[in-house]
Design a protein around this ligand. Structure first.
Ligand code: FAD
Length: 314
């Protein structure tokens, strides 16, 4: 369900950063990617109005705009992104109008550019529980909503009650409807919009319990080798019809350690592609294609990439 609110799209004075020919390797967790023609990161409360004006002007000029969160699920091509990259990470923090969080339960409102880890720290500081399962997951709240990020058998759609969007020059508030989400699917995909923020349902709990939960997730990720090398998390989606997790399928075909240039299937996990240092986006693409082909030849399954490839040439 969507509600529209009045919105004055007049752009405020620009606060933030922008650069021409900005290397996107500096803005992705894989540490690969060529330049954006223009990278722009508006900062602070003026973000929605600024983004609206930018999108309107770019639309009139036929200039493409790519929306960037934490860059944790992306492989940007070596040639980079033509047009504008609108970086959302300058629009971060808890909204003042978060409600009821001092009582038994309530709603916490995070701006889209807030990193997941910062959001969790802000929640813990208010003794708010419910989001701990996401601890240690790289990326922003906006990216997690767009991806319907999931881990430990839970997904972001389980804890969200509303999302604020910028679409068609207007700000919309979309109330959560679980049926609009699926495995790695959200109602935001395939639309031209900017997620501005999310409203999360939380309950009041002992901060020591919350921190313990968060710490145990972070340690588990560390133990699984998530942070040993640059990556974008799982390379492929899981598919129940294939009978086992994708990592196991790749392991059983003996593909761990396979490499193209400095891109490699992690020697400790079949569904993780890592950048051993100087990988190019093209190496990652070639490696992923090869794994896909070898699995298809051996088993007849087509693995679906979870990583998003974007930019000129992809
Ligand atoms: C070590 C590691 C572990 C990971 N573990 C997990 C895991 O357990 N579970 C999981 O689901 N993922 C995991 N990931 C992948 C990644 O963390 C998530 O997909 C994350 O939600 C991506 O968020 P982001 O802000 O980085 O999005 P980005 O990578 O920047 O963007 C992803 C997509 O979302 C769009 N987007 C981003 N922000 C907005 C916005 N505000 N408005 C509109 N569109 C937007 C982008 O255009 C793009 O299409 C992992 C990644 C790494 C590196």
């Amino acid at each position: 369900m969507e509600f529209m609110t009045n919105f004055n799209s007049q752009a405020p004075a620009f606060t933030g950063l922008f650069r021409f020919n900005e290397p996107l390797a500096d803005h992705t967790t894989f540490k690969v990617g060529g330049p954006a023609d223009l990278w722009i990161r508006p900062e602070g409360a003026g973000f929605p109005a600024y983004a609206a004006a930018l999108l309107e002007a770019a639309g009139k000029g036929g200039i493409p705009v790519f929306i960037l969160g934490g860059g944790a699920n992306l492989v940007v091509s070596d040639r980079g992104i033509r047009g504008i990259v609108l970086d959302t990470t300058g629009y971060a923090g808890v909204e003042d109008e978060s409600e009821g969080v001092s009582e038994g339960e309530g709603l916490l409102r995070f701006r889209a550019g807030t990193t997941v880890d910062r959001a969790l720290e802000e929640a813990a500081a208010r003794s708010c529980s419910g989001l701990e399962f996401l601890a240690g997951m790289p990326g922003s709240i906006g990216g997690a909503l767009w991806m319907n990020a999931r881990c430990y058998d839970r997904e972001i759609a389980d804890v969200i009650t509303g999302v604020r969007l910028l679409e068609g020059g207007r700000i919309l508030t979309m109330t959560q409807d679980k049926k609009d989400y699926g495995y790695k699917k959200s109602p935001f995909q395939g639309r031209s919009l900017v997620i501005l923020g999310g409203v999360f349902s939380v309950t009041k709990k002992d901060p020591a319990f919350i921190r313990e939960e968060m710490e145990s997730r972070r340690k588990d990720r560390e133990k699984k080798g998530h942070y040993r090398f640059p990556s974008a998390g799982s390379a492929f989606k899981n598919n129940r019809e294939f009978g086992k997790p994708t990592g196991k399928i790749i392991d059983e075909l003996g593909l761990r350690g396979l490499s193209r240039g400095d891109a490699q299937i992690a020697p400790w996990h079949g569904n993780l592609i890592i950048n051993r240092g100087r990988a190019r986006a093209g190496d990652i693409r070639a490696l992923l294609d090869e794994v896909q082909e070898r699995v298809h030849t051996a088993l007849g399954f087509t693995l679906e990439p979870e990583i998003i490839f974007t930019g000129e040439g992809f």
